[in-house]
Design a protein around this ligand. Structure first.
Ligand code: G
Ligand code: G
Ligand code: MN
Ligand code: NA
Length: 242
């Protein structure tokens, strides 16, 4: 409860920050976008999202934090010409009445093109209520906003979501990268996911690339983009745009 109270004040007191991690397009060799990752720069130190998002959800504060993150990310895009920005959204956020409106407001107040914003969600956000998720995502898609499925390939994946949801990008979970260099089957699996995604008109980003050897193995899968410490760690906006 104490944490929830401090968290409620955090947005007002400028204690929330977005860090950005670059996304590298393999065909061009250029950074084409960035994932926004929320941090709480509290009086007791930097708190990672895994620790405070669940608290914010319990306390019903996650919608306000989410609105803040969407507005901040869209405003920050002005300093990142030509790039897209991906914003993470939890199941609770996606299914809240105000969600689509929050996205619309963040777009209109910043004036950025909707195509430059990507909403990143996990399959678990969809599982709860696929029909409701489909409705919200359809509305965002009609605006031109991109939709990425995060942590793809883990958890209770159902391939039928790929048929029914307007997904633009699959983000292959970093657990696949860990042994892609030593396990040929892992590389074949990512290759297969990529072929399937491309046939369905989606692009593929592989997350968690930490070594040159992994990058080489990933290149051979035919995927479109990579993200990970090798390319760049999450950093403040000023460090990304410089
Ligand atoms: O940046 P880090 O690796 O600590 O992120 C941990 C988790 O927190 C990731 O799964 C990420 O998707 C999630 N996360 C980061 N920023 C946000 C955010 O703004 N909103 C939500 N709901 N989750 C976020
Ligand atoms: O679940 P999601 O993909 O949103 O999680 C993003 C988180 O993954 C970020 O908090 C980031 O810190 C972390 N991350 C990003 N790149 C790497 C990487 O190369 N290795 C590891 N171990 N974690 C990473
Ligand atoms: Mn993510
Ligand atoms: Na992920």
């Amino acid at each position: 409860a104490e944490v929830a109270r401090r968290l409620a004040a955090a947005a007002d007191e400028d204690e929330l920050v977005l860090h950005y991690q670059p996304l590298l397009a393999l065909a061009s060799g250029r950074v084409h976008g960035a994932e926004a990752l929320l941090r709480w720069d509290s009086s007791t130190g930097m708190v990672p999202p895994d620790e405070f998002i669940p608290v914010a959800e319990e306390a019903g504060l996650v919608h306000e934090l989410g609105r803040w993150a969407l507005r901040r990310a869209c405003a920050d895009l002005v300093a990142l010409p030509g790039l897209t920005v991906s914003v993470n959204v939890s199941a609770r956020q996606l299914h809240h009445d105000s969600f689509a409106r929050s996205v619309e407001q963040a777009l209109s107040s910043s004036g950025i093109a909707p195509e430059r914003l990507v909403i990143e969600l996990t399959e678990s956000a969809v599982v709860e209520d696929p029909a409701a998720a489909q409705a919200v995502l359809g509305r965002l898609r009609r605006l031109g906003v991109g939709i990425a499925l995060d942590d793809f390939g883990t958890g209770y994946s159902s391939l039928s979501y790929l048929l029914h949801l307007p997904v633009d990008t699959l983000k292959v979970d970093r657990s696949f990268v860990a042994d892609i260099v030593t396990d040929r089957r892992t590389q074949l699996l990512v290759h297969g996911i990529t072929t399937l995604a491309h046939d369905l008109g989606m692009s593929v980003t592989v997350e968690g690339v930490e070594t040159e050897e992994q990058l080489e193995a990933i290149r051979q899968t035919g995927c479109d983009a990579v993200q990970g410490y090798l390319i760049g760690r999450p950093v403040p906006l000023a460090a990304l745009s410089s």
